[in-house]
Ligand binder design. Structure first.
Ligand code: DOR
Ligand code: ZN
Length: 347
């Protein structure tokens, strides 16, 4: 339901978020739990979540930070070249792992344990396919001769096409789709959906890359691309297309890791304002009537889960996003921090 200044939608889910560990986790978890029924929590901790025991421990920590809240973390297993397959299968059967996450080696933060050659982990895809569990993919290929803006396309052409052919019944989520090419691939193929972040719907490379400088607060992987990409992604999101849904990829880093050059860690922290940003985007595209599909319906439908029972309301009221999230010794730049935004959660 929506009028010009009030939107009531089924409670959203965030199908891709980084809650981290330790103090950072204490600082950021509340921002995801404040609105979402469920979150897919990424397993790329400094010591990644690669087995059942680590999975149980990590879920316990999240539960203890969200006691009394209607909030369910869903955890995919971090795939490596040499997982214990029996342990992996058991953790999937027990629903400790919701599925698995493929990080190709060294494509982003904490991916140095990621997969070196995808054929090596075909046995894990076999297990996922048999158990009808999804494979979540960071779809980029890195290489000396691969331009940073082409990584998603090269991954699709050289890896994803093969995975799709070899495991036709495997349910795949192409995460944080960043290009028209990637979104069209999702649209054109079976058994695959895509998550879309606020930053890929709001920024282009002109907001990140300058002559001798990058804006570290707009630097994420995959990098944001051209206006034609942004427009294509907006079209898929705002039409309510059933294959696209929220995955904020909210990825906090302490400000010291955000030094303005290419050594800055990739990742944008948006969870203090993500649903509000999506609402503004849908409003700009005259598509507020489709926000609920994108935020609350397409995701559970693709994951074969129930749709949340509660609702949330957003009112049209201007507020300023705080510039930073500060907690104990941590200081994190909020995405769009310091900017005015038109939509606010109604308490
Ligand atoms: O920008 C990103 N940051 N992309 C990712 O895939 C990982 C994330 C992080 O963990 O910081
Ligand atoms: Zn991520």
């Amino acid at each position: 339901m929506s009028s010009s200044n009030l939107i009531k939608i089924i409670q959203p889910d965030d199908w891709h978020v980084h809650l981290r560990d330790g103090e950072m986790m204490e600082a950021v978890t509340q921002y995801s739990a404040r609105i979402n029924g469920r979150c897919i929590v990424m397993p790329n901790l400094e010591h990644p979540v690669t087995n059942r025991e680590l999975g149980l421990k990590y879920l316990d920590k999240i539960h203890s930070l969200t006691l009394g809240q209607l909030f369910s973390p869903l955890l995919p297993c971090y795939l490596t070249d040499n997982l214990d397959l029996d342990d992996f299968r058991l953790a999937l059967v027990e629903n400790i792992f919701v599925g698995a996450k493929l990080y190709p080696n060294n494509v982003t933060t904490n991916s140095s344990y990621g997969v070196s050659h995808i054929e090596k982990i075909y046995p894990t895809f076999e297990i996922l396919q048999n158990l009808k569990k999804p494979l979540l993919i960071h779809g980029e290929k890195v290489g000396e001769n691969i331009d940073i803006f082409d990584r998603e396309k090269v991954f699709i052409d050289e890896e994803l096409v093969l995975i799709r052919e070899k495991f036709p019944d495997l349910k795949i989520i192409l995460e944080h789709v960043s290009s028209k090419y990637g979104a069209d691939f999702v649209n054109d193929n079976e058994n695959i959906a895509g998550t879309l972040t606020p930053q890929h719907l709001m920024l282009t490379k002109k907001d990140v890359f300058f002559d001798e400088y990058i804006n570290p607060h707009h630097f994420c992987m995959p990098v944001v691309k051209d206006e034609s990409d942004l427009l294509a992604l907006r079209k898929y999101a705002c039409s309510g297309h059933k294959k696209f849904f929220i995955g904020t990829d909210s990825a906090p880093h302490h400000i010291d890791f955000k030094i303005p050059n290419l050594n800055a860690k990739p990742g944008i922290f948006s969870s203090p304002c993500s649903i509000e940003l999506y609402a503004s985007i849908f409003e700009e595209e005259n598509s507020l009537q489709n926000l609920e599909k994108f935020s609350s319906i397409n995701g559970p439908n693709f994951y074969n889960m129930s749709i949340n029972k509660n609702c949330i309301e957003l009112i049209k009221e201007s507020w300023k996003i705080p510039e930073f999230t500060i907690y104990k010794n941590l200081k994190i730049k909020n995405f769009m921090g310091g900017k005015e935004i038109n939509w606010k959660i109604k308490k």
